[in-house]
Write a protein that binds this ligand. Sequence first.
Ligand code: ADP
Length: 302
Amino acid sequence: MSGENISGENISGNQDELYQKRYGGDTYNTAYYLAQCAKSAIDVSYVTALGDDTISEDMISTFSTAGVNTDLIEKIPGAVPGLYAIQTDEHGERSFLYWRSEAPARQLFQTPQSETLKSELLKKDWLYFSGITLAILHSKGREAFFEFCQDFQAKGGKIAFDINYRPRLWVSKDEARSIIDKAYAISDLALPSYDDETLLFKVSSPQEAIDRITKLGAKEVALKNGAEEVYVHSHGETEKHDIIPANIVTDTTSAGDSFNAGYLYARLSGQDTPAAVKAGANLAKQVIAKAGAIVPVTPPTF
Ligand code: ADP
């Protein structure tokens, strides 16, 4: 649920400054890839808030065409979507500019429609969110969200969480640490990346990161580490899974998001953790071979 929304990528590189419009964000990327894998076998709904403008409408129709259910997207009258620009320099290095302080997604769980949203969400089996979801929510909405998570789990719902730590979205590291640890504590499935764990928590090995997260209460943890091994902790044991380095690495944007989708797809389909790592790695490899966060993929098979 929720996240960044619309992005513009400079495609001209000249004075004309032509930008290409794309829609995305970490949690949407995962929803998109899960929907590509599961087709109609799993109902994938995306939760965010947008405005009632033409871009918001176009975004909703793009999501829906991709197979993501948009029924739970709130439309806030007068609001306009968050915006960011991706600029690529002559060495291929990407940099980001953000205009999202007023993004309507920040108001989630605080709007008059929140009660309806919560009662609809309670009917779902899994709720997936990230550190970006938590960072962008206003503090009252964040509190309401954590309260909702308790009700959701009390009704048998399961929670999946990816840290996706973005320092600029948080007031301080201390705030990020305490909120992110609250999310780990309630995670049925945590999908962190080792890079983010080292950046925020200064752990010095994948095993240390896994131990820290499981001690907080997370039940299953799959720790990603680029082309290095994925560590999976479940039922009190940690397994290591080799990743075969990709021959083609064009753009690693969305590697973690697509891995999460493949992993979730496998686990939600009743597969074991080694099969889930394979599915996640397979999807991520397809995604990093192509440019852009959202690309066409062939679903992994079990
Ligand atoms: P994030 O995008 O969250 O930083 P990572 O960079 O850790 O995530 O990558 C997520 C997953 O993507 C890895 O676990 C792996 O499966 C896949 N991946 C990333 N980089 C490579 C690579 N160079 N070769 C093969 N797989 C990769």
